[in-house]
Design a binder for this molecule. Structure first.
Ligand code: UDP
Length: 442
C-alpha cells in the first residue's frame, strides 16, 4: 500500500536527461510515457502536480558557450529545448487522460500559454497538470532554479527532484562504489558540502521559503532491477529529505536556547497583513494616479485572459494621468474595453497604441466615503496583526509550560514579539496617514 500523501501540491523537476532513456541524446518516447504514468498515479491520489522540465537532453547553454557561442544566446537555445520536452510530456500525459497546460516563461502564443502565475494556480485547482517550460525565461539560470522559483510561486508543499539515483550521495554512486547515501540533509549541509544535487540558488530559494526537497530516482532501469532501490513517484510523497532546519534561523545577535519558536514566521504573517492593506489601498481610486489601480484589470485577447501589465506598459506621467502603452496594435481596443468595463470610472483616450487615462477629481462626499473605507481596511489589518501576536504568545506559553523553554528565554521572546507588533502597527498607521493625505489632496 502506498503511504498517505503528506502533500497536497507538489512541483516535480524532471531533468532533460531523464527523458533520454537508454539513449545519449533527445527524447525517448517510451521513457516519457513511463514518467507520465507515474505522474498520473500521483494525480489519481488527489495530489496537485506541476512540472518544470529541463533541456539537457537537447542543448545546454554552458556546452554551447564552451564551444565559443555567446552564453546568453546559447542559454536561450537551452530554454527553447525545454519547450520541446514540455510538449512531449504534455502529449504523453494527455494520451493517458491527464489534462495538462504548458506555460512558457518565453511567450510563444501559438504553441502554448505564456506563464501567468494566477492562471497556473487555477489550472492546478481544476486538476490540470501545469508544465512550466523555458526555465525562468532568463539566461544564466538553470531549470533547477526555475523549479525552486515556481514551487515558491505556486505555494507548493514540496519540490521533488527526479534524478538518475535514489537520493543524495557523497559522490556519484554509479561511479564510486562506496559512495555514502544521506538519509536526511539540511539546506546548509547541501550548500556547505557543495553537494551536487541542485544548484546553490535553487537550494537558497527553497531554504528561504521552507520548501522541503525530495530527491528520488525517476524511472531508472538500473534501480528497477534492484529490489531495494526503485520506488515510483507517489511512494515518495510521504517523506522529506532536505528540509527546513530551524536551528539555522535563530535571530541574530542573541544566543538563545534551542527552541521551535519561529519569529521569522511571525514577522512574515504580520507583514502579510500590511501587504494586503497596501493592496487594498491601491485599489481605492483617489484623485491621484497610481499604477496599482490598473493592475487587477484583465484583458481578453486571442482567446486568452491576460493581466493588463502583460500586454502593455503602465505609466504615470503626471499626478492626474495614467497611460498604457500597448505593445501590440491589434490589442488596443481589447485593452480599452477592459478599462471601460473595470468599474473604475475611467475614460480612455486613444492615441495610436498609447491609451491616456485622465484621473477625474473627487468631490467632498466621495473623499469622506473613501476615508471611511480606508479606516475600515486599516482596522482589519490591525486585527489581523493582533491575532498573529496572540497566536505567537500562546505558542510561547505552551513552550514554557512544556519545559521546552526557560523563563528567561520566554521573557526575551515575548519582548521580541511585542516589539515586532508595535513596529508593524506603526507601519500600518503610517500607511493609513499616507492614504488619507492622498484622498484629501486637491
Ligand atoms: N536555461 C536558462 N535559463 C533558465 C533555465 C534554463 O538559460 O532559467 C538554459 C540553460 O542554457 C540550460 C538549458 O536551458 O543549460 C537547459 O536547462 P538545464 O540544463 O537546467 O536542464 P536539465 O539539466 O534539467 O536537463
Amino acid at each position: 500500500m502506498s503511504p498517505q500523501p503528506l502533500y497536497s501540491r507538489v512541483l516535480l523537476k524532471v531533468s532533460g536527461e531523464a527523458l533520454m532513456g537508454e539513449g545519449q541524446y533527445g527524447i525517448d518516447v517510451d521513457t516519457v510515457g513511463r514518467i507520465a504514468g507515474e505522474i498520473k498515479q500521483a494525480t489519481d491520489a488527489g495530489i496537485q502536480v506541476c512540472l518544470v522540465i529541463g533541456g539537457g537532453n537537447i542543448f545546454r547553454g554552458l556546452s554551447g558557450a564552451a564551444k565559443g557561442m555567446e552564453r546568453a544566446s546559447a542559454d536561450y537555445m537551452g530554454m527553447l529545448a525545454t519547450v520541446m520536452n514540455a510538449l512531449a510530456m504534455q502529449q504523453s500525459l494527455e494520451s493517458i487522460g491527464v489534462p495538462t497546460r504548458v506555460q512558457s516563461a518565453i511567450p510563444m502564443m501559438t504553441v502554448c500559454e505564456p506563464y501567468i502565475r494566477r492562471r497556473a494556480v487555477r489550472h492546478m485547482e481544476k486538476g490540470r497538470v501545469v508544465i512550466f517550460a523555458a526555465g525562468t525565461g532568463n539566461p544564466f539560470f538553470t531549470t533547477d532554479t526555475a523549479a525552486a522559483l515556481r514551487a515558491v510561486e505556486m505555494g507548493c508543499d514540496a519540490l521533488l527532484k527526479g534524478t538518475q539515483v535514489d537520493g543524495v550521495y557523497s559522490a556519484d554512486p554509479h561511479k564510486v562504489a562506496n559512495a555514502e547515501r544521506y538519509d536526511r540533509l539540511t539546506y546548509m549541509d547541501v550548500l556547505s558540502r557543495d553537494l551536487k544535487v541542485m544548484d546553490a540558488s535553487a537550494i537558497s530559494l527553497a531554504r528561504e521559503n521552507g520548501i522541503p526537497i525530495i530527491v528520488y530516482s525517476i524511472d531508472d532501469a538500473r534501480l528497477r532491477q534492484r529490489s531495494d532501490g526503485y520506488r515510483p513517484l507517489h511512494h515518495h510523497l510521504g517523506r522529506g529529505l532536505i528540509s527546513p532546519d530551524r536551528r539555522q534561523k535563530r535571530p541574530e545577535g542573541q544566543e538563545m536556547a534551542d527552541t521551535d519558536f519561529d519569529l521569522d514566521d511571525v514577522e512574515r504573517r504580520m507583514r502579510g497583513a500590511l501587504q494586503a492593506l497596501k493592496q487594498e489601498f491601491g485599489g481605492l481610486r483617489t484623485g491621484r494616479a497610481s499604477a496599482s489601480l490598473l493592475e487587477p484589470i484583465v484583458v481578453e485577447a486571442y482567446g486568452q485572459s491576460m493581466p493588463i501589465n502583460q500586454v502593455g506598459t503602465i505609466g504615470v506621467p503626471e499626478p492626474r494621468m495614467l497611460t498604457v502603452q500597448v505593445w501590440d496594435k491589434g490589442m488596443v481596443s481589447a485593452v480599452e474595453k477592459a478599462i471601460r468595463n473595470s468599474g473604475l470610472g475611467l475614460n480612455p483616450n486613444i492615441d495610436g497604441t498609447l491609451i491616456r487615462l485622465p484621473i477625474p477629481e473627487l468631490n467632498q462626499e466621495r473623499r469622506a466615503e473613501l476615508s471611511k473605507i480606508a479606516a475600515k481596511y486599516t482596522e482589519q489589518a490591525r486585527v489581523a496583526v493582533r491575532n498573529v501576536r496572540r497566536d505567537a504568545m500562546d505558542e510561547l506559553k505552551r513552550l514554557e509550560k512544556d519545559a521546552h523553554m526557560g523563563q528567561d528565554d520566554h521573557k526575551a521572546w515575548t519582548d521580541k514579539v511585542q516589539k515586532l507588533t508595535d513596529k508593524i502597527v506603526a507601519e500600518i498607521d503610517a500607511a493609513l496617514a499616507h492614504k488619507e493625505a492622498e484622498i484629501m489632496q486637491v
